[in-house]
Design a protein around this ligand. Structure first.
Ligand SMILES: Cc1ncc(COP(=O)(O)O)c(C=O)c1O
Length: 415
């Protein structure tokens, strides 16, 4: 497929064969744990070819490769503009395996706050046990990031956009700081998708996705993807053959199928999230709205320069307490109450409840998480119906009255 093919066309065709076994249009699910050899000479030929790195797509055992998984990997690589992609059984498996490959005892990793909690736990609790040092710096504070660099710093890791505040990292600045020190940059681009942002084009070394989210897109599959140069991915793939967190062929098939509509879905989700954020911004019951398309967002300028869309997640703080936020969520009729994001169904969560339940209000506040913070990940439903649903729930909890007009929604406060 030509490099300059539109990303929506790549999403449909890239990675998949034009002619499949039995002339099936779709890529088959190669459900096998091992591969056979005709005779000893065939096996010897394979072993020799593998020794010289020339075995291609021929495999001996499914922990080292699978044709359905390979097709999904090549589709993601085409979308991200990567030399290669390696798929894993989950986003966390992708992150763990990447960091275990790039780091070793005595090395140091810098990561930004406002990151997925399990990533932070991996670095600060588990990698630490193997002698990896770490420094957490505030997102967007490049002075702190530069000051944190040590002679043994090997990796800088950040999400962009982040969860739940949708902070966007200036990738050009990041690369300019890291490159002279020979530090590898790793961006978890799950919230962006390659439709909205392609960090490798800015010189970032590795891009990670929880493919469970937008890439799969239907809330029915777990997978993780690591994208980068052929050289780096070869090292990560080699480690995967030992660590073992491989992607199942059925999961890879669901990913292939899901990604065909990635561009359609993400554009729809971008549009709905923006409209929802604009509606919330003017609502008297909302204290803060976090969405990078809004000029009030701290990273609006960077996001506008670096991204082609702002994603399908909107976070907002209600003018109420922990119980009030729960009351609002319980009144919603469209979104499911569930962790995760990126699928066709809208999902809503009270961040304090889902991710920080064991902490007190004060402890959460110290981490910058308000009790009334809500994260709504929009699906592909009709935008006006999602907004009307949110408006109805707000009206119920806050006593406002929302009128739907031809030009949008008008909210009236209680007199
Ligand atoms: C930004 C981000 N990265 C990584 C992960 C982990 O992915 P998975 O749940 O597929 O292991 C998540 C999960 O929520 C996430 O939100």
């Amino acid at each position: 497929m030509k490099k300059d093919t539109a990303i929506s066309t790549k999403a449909v065709y890239a990675g998949e064969k034009r002619v499949n076994a039995e002339h099936t249009l779709t890529t088959p699910i190669f459900q096998t744990s091992t591969y056979t050899f005709e005779n000893t000479a065939d096996l010897t030929d394979f072993m020799e070819a593998r020794l010289w790195g020339e075995a291609g797509e021929r495999h001996e055992y499914a922990r080292y490769g699978n044709p359905t998984v390979h097709a999904a990997e090549q589709k993601i690589a085409a979308l991200e503009g990567a030399g290669d992609t390696c798929l894993f059984s989950s986003g966390m498996a992708a992150i763990t395996s990447t960091l275990m490959t790039l780091l070793s005892a005595g090395k140091h990793i810098i990561f930004t706050d406002d990151s997925y909690r399990r990533t932070r736990e991996l670095v600060e609790s588990h990698l630490k046990r193997f002698g990896v040092e770490s420094t957490c710096v505030p997102m967007g504070d490049f002075a702190a990031l530069e000051a944190a660099i040590q002679p043994n710093t090997a990796v800088i890791f950040s999400e962009s956009p982040t969860n739940p505040y949708l902070r966007v990292l200036d990738l050009e600045k990041l690369v300019a700081i890291a490159k002279p020190h020979g530090i590898k940059t790793v961006i978890d681009s799950t919230f962006a998708t390659p439709i909205n942002q392609r960090p490798l084009e800015f010189g970032v070394d590795v891009v990670i996705h929880s493919a469970t989210k937008y890439l799969g897109g239907h809330n029915d599959v777990m997978a993780g993807a690591v994208c980068g140069s052929e050289y780096l991915i070869a090292a990560i793939r080699q480690a995967q053959g030992v660590f073992g967190a491989v992607c199942d062929p059925h999961a890879a098939y669901l990913l292939l199928r899901g990604m065909k509509t990635l561009s359609l879905r993400v554009h729809r989700q971008n549009d709905t999230a923006r409209r929802l954020a604009e509606f919330l911004q003017g609502h008297p019951a909302i204290k803060n709205v976090y969405y990078p398309a809004l000029p009030s967002h701290p990273d609006h300028a960077v996001a506008t320069a670096q991204m082609t869309g702002f994603g399908g997640v909107v976070s907002f703080e209600l003018d109420t307490d922990f119980a009030g936020a729960g009351d609002f969520i319980d009144r919603l009729e469209i979104p499911f109450i569930a962790p995760s994001l990126g699928g066709v169904e809208s999902l809503v969560e009270q961040v304090a409840l889902v991710s920080y339940f064991e902490l007190s209000t004060e402890e959460r506040a110290a981490l910058g998480i308000a009790d009334s913070l809500v994260r709504l990940a929009v699906g592909i439903e009709e935008a006006s119906e999602i907004i009307a649903d949110v408006a109805r729930a707000l009206d119920h909890v806050f006593g406002t009255t929302t009128l739907a007009t031809e030009n949008g929604f008008i909210v009236m406060s209680r007199p």
